[in-house]
Design a protein around this ligand. Structure first.
Ligand code: GAR
Length: 204
């Protein structure tokens, strides 16, 4: 039996990236396991995905808290209760407080649907098409207090084709998200991801 890294996943919705992580972690030799899924929305479909996989879930509604940090502290407490070692944001659509980003520094990663530092924020597919980009993609990165900022672990690029709509492009990018997120978690769990002066070095 290998000792597996304990992962907590934060979601807000559909949870297809969560599903990619669930599928990857199902392999006996995968070095990480998901021990907790937290959603800030009670109706997030990702909660059903987690329950179907027998993973513990929690709903923490941000509207029940007066400050962002109070909400984050409630999530932090749950994550620590389950001895989580790595937090993965997977379509978690809330800004995190600087406190949370520091508390989980280098143990908190996100997937974002663009080739960061291009197209931070929302509507990245529309933005990439509007900018006339010829390529687009997805990024897995460590989280820092600023929005969609932090050392990049992995990126995947896809071409933007003539006639692409935000939806066709999103689908092409999403396919890559589902590949690179589990890959990044594996690298991290294997202890091969080092951050030196805010740059990621992957150890072979
Ligand atoms: C994904 O495309 C993810 O990259 C994006 O939300 C989608 C969630 O889909 N995340 C962000 O935009 C965060 N800034 P999913 O719930 O099916 O994984």
């Amino acid at each position: 039996m290998i000792t597996k890294l304990k992962v907590g996943v934060l979601i807000s919705g559909r949870g297809s990236n969560l599903q990619a992580l669930i599928d990857a972690t199902a392999a006996p030799d995968f070095p990480a396991e998901i021990v907790l899924v937290i959603s800030n929305k009670a109706d997030a479909y990702g909660l059903t995905r987690a329950q179907n996989a027998g993973i513990k879930t929690a709903v923490i509604n941000h509207k029940d808290f007066t400050t962002r940090e109070d909400f984050d502290r409630a999530m932090d407490q749950k994550l620590k209760q389950e001895n989580v070692q790595l937090v993965c944001l997977a379509g978690f659509m809330r800004l995190l407080s600087p406190w949370f980003a520091e508390e989980w520094r280098d143990r908190l990663i996100n997937i974002h649907p663009s080739l960061l530092p291009k197209h931070k924020g929302l509507n990245t597919h529309e933005a990439a098409i509007a900018a006339g980009d010829t390529e687009h993609g997805a990024t897995v990165h460590f989280v820092r207090p600023a929005l969609d900022d932090g050392p990049i672990i992995l990126q995947a690029s896809v071409p933007i084709m003539p006639g692409d709509t935000p939806d066709t492009l999103a689908a092409r990018v999403l396919e890559q998200e589902h590949i690179i997120y589990p890959r990044a978690v594996r690298l991290y769990a294997e202890g091969r991801v080092n951050v030196i002066e805010e740059k990621v070095f992957i150890v072979n």
